[in-house]
Design a protein around this ligand. Sequence first.
Ligand code: ATP
Length: 243
Amino acid sequence: MGSFPLPSSSSSLLISSSSSISGRPSSTIFYPLMRFRQAQALSISCDYSCFEIRDVSYRPPGTKINLLSQVNLSIPEKSFGLIFGRSGSGKTTLLQLLAGLSKPTSGSICVQRYSDDGEKIKSPEPLQPERVGIVFQFPERYFVADTVLDEVTFGWPRQKGGLQLRELLASRLQKAITSVGLTGMSLDKDPHSLSGGYKRRLALAIQLVQTPNLLILDEPLAGLGGISNSILGCNQVVSLHLF
Ligand SMILES: Nc1ncnc2c1ncn2[C@@H]1O[C@H](COP(=O)(O)OP(=O)(O)OP(=O)(O)O)[C@@H](O)[C@H]1O
């Protein structure tokens, strides 16, 4: 499966040997980076959830070509993983399925709850598209407002019964702005006038305010020159973070 050794912790992310994209086996690789479940002094239950892609195939309507064939992936909660592969290997196609922008031809995308001994408990739940946050490779293409503040608050409730929610969102905004390193930046700035890196930070802050269950970063290493190439041996990356 490519030239990249899987880390010893690969058991935290299941990789199907049958994963293949459009007849090009192993052109996309699911790579677990790290797992950062917080230590707890006293734990009563160790139940956990996994985000799972199960035997997903995709053929665009009206075509006879499978762009994705039997893709399988499992990411435990509070984990971070990467999908990487050559240009045209199907990363964006998979991302669109995760975001609910298109439906798998077969297979399912769900969240499964497990007991601490790995037994499935409860039925799998579908992944709600509104609980998925995406930062696109060129987020400025989706900017709609003239100021950073308007951009961040664009989707916030404007009218009925929204005061409490708006206060909650405002406090999350403060936290998100700080966590992506935009502290001190004027919220009156035109988002299009920001540097490429700051545009991505802004797009990330917008997603963090919504506290998605699954955060997807398309080409998270774009703009870092050869760094991604030297780290991963590949400069085409989609990363997934399950909260
Ligand atoms: N609606 C469609 N009909 C037919 N072929 C399609 C359709 N959408 C995408 N493709 C093809 O599917 C393949 C995978 O495309 P996709 O954009 O998912 O690849 P990618 O890995 O994200 O590429 P890149 O890294 O260059 O962005 C490409 O060969 C593309 O031309």
